[in-house]
Design a protein around this ligand. Structure first.
Ligand code: URA
Length: 448
C-alpha cells in the first residue's frame, strides 16, 4: 500500500459524483479515520455518498480489506482442523447459532464464533448467551484461542483488536441512516468474520418482514456480494436465502430462546428451526472436511443431536465460559418474569401472516431489546408463540404468551401482538423456508 496522502474533500466529492475510488484512496480514508485524522462529519458525508451512489464490487472488497487490516487477523493455527463459522444477517427468534455451533463442534469442526448484540428489532447471540447466569462473552485474544483449543468452540464478542474500523464506522452508520447499504453491510460483516481466523464461512441471509433486507432480490444481491468477498479472500463461502416472514421457532427473547435451543439439542426442536439448523450445520461440517457432501454433513448433524453429543458440547462450553450449566440441564429452574400473560385470539380462522418486524418491536417493548445503545436488556423478557402461519385458531384461544418485568407495557404489547398477526378464513399457501443457495458458481434454486 502506498504512503500517498489524499485530500479527504476530494475523495468525498469523487464518491458524491458517482465515481469509483481506488484501493489506495479507500485504504487511506479508512486508516486516517481509524487514526482520528478524519472527523466524523467528513466520514458521515462519505458514508452517505456511498449509500446513495453505491460502491462497486472492487470498492466493496477494498473497503473490506481496509477494515480487516485496521486490526489483526487472528492466528488459530494451534487448533488443528479447518475452522468454520456461520453468520446470519439477523432476524426475530433467530437462535440458530446457539444450536448449530455445539452440533458442528461435536462433529469435529472447530467453530470460532464472534457474535454481536441485538440490533433494532432483531436479537443478538451475545445477549442470549449472557442470559445464562455467569456466562462471559468478554475475553481477550489469548483466552479466545485457549477456549477454542480446549473445546473446539468459542462464543464471544468482538475484541478491541478485531476490525476496530468497523466498530467505529458501525456506530456512525447507526446514527447517520446509512446502515441499510449492501456494500457497507457486506464490508462490515466480512471484515469481522475474516479477522476471526476462519478457513470457511456459511451465511444465512434473511429476507422478509423480520429481516433487514425485506425484499428477496435485495437479500440475493447481499448474498452474492458477501460470497464474492469471501471467495476473493480465499475462503470458501456458501450462503442460503432463508425466510424471515415470521419469527423462527416459537420463542423470542433472550432466555426464552436459549430454552428453546436446549429443547432443540434435546431433540424436541420446532421443524422450521431444525430444518435450517441442520442445513447450515451440515454445510459447515462439509466445509470443515468432516463430510464428503452437504447431505452427509446433515446426517452427521442429526446424529449429533440424537446421540446427545451436541448437548454435551453445549454444557461443556457453558461451563468453560463461566455459565451455570444447572439451568441448561434443568431449564425450568430458571426464574420467570414477574408478569406472564396470554394473548387470546379475537377471531377464528387460519393464521395467514405475521409481521415479524412488529413482533420484534413487541419483544423490545417487553424489555428483550434496546431502544438506545447503552440500554440493558432483560434476560427474562419476550414472548412464546402458540401458533404460526398456516395454523388454525379458535376465537379465545391463546396465540402467544408474553413475559415481562415491565407490567405497564402489557396492554400495548398485547395490542401490538394482535395487530401483527393476520387471521383469515382460508388456509394460506405454505412458505418456502429456504429458497436459494449462493456459492462461487452463482445462485441456485434450493429444493432440498
Ligand atoms: N451486521 C453487521 O455486522 N454489520 C452491518 O452493517 C449490518 C449487520
Amino acid at each position: 500500500m502506498s504512503d500517498q496522502s489524499y485530500n479527504i474533500v476530494t475523495l468525498i466529492r469523487k464518491k458524491r459524483d458517482g465515481k469509483a475510488l481506488t484501493e489506495d484512496e479507500i485504504s487511506y480514508l479508512i486508516r486516517a479515520y481509524t487514526d482520528d485524522k478524519v472527523p466524523d462529519y467528513q466520514m458521515s458525508s462519505f458514508l452517505m455518498a456511498s449509500f446513495l451512489n453505491g460502491l462497486n464490487t472492487e470498492e466493496a472488497a477494498y473497503l473490506t480489506r481496509s477494515m480487516l487490516h485496521s486490526g489483526i487477523v487472528v492466528d488459530l493455527s494451534e487448533t488443528p482442523g479447518l475452522k468454520v463459522d456461520k453468520h446470519s444477517t439477523g432476524g426475530v427468534g433467530d437462535k440458530l447459532s446457539l444450536i448449530l455451533a455445539p452440533i458442528v463442534a461435536s462433529c469435529g469442526v472447530p467453530v470460532p464464533m464472534i457474535s454481536g448484540r441485538g440490533l433494532g428489532h432483531t436479537g443478538g447471540t451475545l445477549d442470549k448467551l449472557e442470559s445464562i447466569p455467569g456466562f462471559t462473552v468478554d475475553v481477550d485474544l489469548e483466552r479466545y484461542k485457549e477456549i477454542l483449543r480446549k473445546q473446539n468452540i468459542v462464543l464471544v464478542g468482538q475484541t478491541e483488536e478485531i476490525a476496530p474500523a468497523d466498530k467505529r464506522l458501525y456506530s456512525l452508520r447507526d446514527v447517520t441512516a446509512t446502515v441499510e447499504s449492501i456494500p457497507l453491510i457486506a464490508g462490515s460483516i466480512m471484515s469481522k468474520k475474516l479477522a476471526e481466523g476462519i478457513d470457511a464461512l456459511v451465511l444465512d441471509v434473511k429476507f422478509g418482514s423480520g429481516a433487514f433486507m425485506k425484499k428477496h432480490e435485495d437479500a440475493a444481491k447481499l448474498a452474492k456480494t458477501l460470497v464474492g468477498i469471501g471467495e476473493e479472500f480465499g475462503k470458501q463461502t456458501i450462503a442460503y436465502l432463508t425466510n424471515m416472514e415470521q419469527p423462527l421457532g416459537y420463542a423470542v427473547g433472550n432466555w426464552l430462546e436459549v430454552k428453546e435451543s436446549i429443547d432443540c439439542l434435546n431433540g424436541n426442536g420446532p421443524d422450521d428451526v431444525m430444518e435450517i439448523t441442520h442445513l447450515l450445520a451440515g454445510t459447515m461440517i462439509y466445509l470443515g472436511k468432516k463430510a464428503s457432501s452437504v447431505e452427509e454433513g446433515i446426517e452427521k448433524s442429526k446424529k449429533a443431536v440424537e446421540d446427545g453429543s451436541a448437548l454435551q458440547k453445549w454444557i461443556d462450553i457453558v461451563e468453560e465460559q463461566g455459565g451455570d450449566s444447572g439451568v441448561v440441564k434443568d431449564p425450568d429452574t430458571y426464574p420467570k418474569a414477574d408478569a406472564v400473560e396470554d394473548v387470546k385470539s379475537d377471531r377464528s380462522g387460519y393464521v395467514t401472516e405475521m409481521d415479524a418486524f412488529a413482533m420484534g418491536m413487541v419483544s423490545v417493548e417487553l424489555g428483550a431489546g434496546r431502544r438506545a445503545k447503552d440500554d440493558d436488556v432483560d434476560p427474562q423478557a419476550g414472548f412464546v408463540l402458540h401458533k404460526k402461519i398456516g395454523d388454525q385458531v379458535e376465537k379465545g384461544e391463546t396465540i402467544a404468551t408474553l413475559h415481562t418485568n415491565k407490567e405497564e407495557m402489557l396492554v400495548s404489547a398485547k395490542k401490538g401482538m394482535l395487530d401483527a398477526i393476520t387471521i383469515k378464513d382460508h388456509e394460506p399457501k405454505s412458505l418456502r423456508k429456504i429458497t436459494h443457495r449462493v456459492d462461487k458458481d452463482g445462485i441456485h434454486d434450493y429444493d432440498g
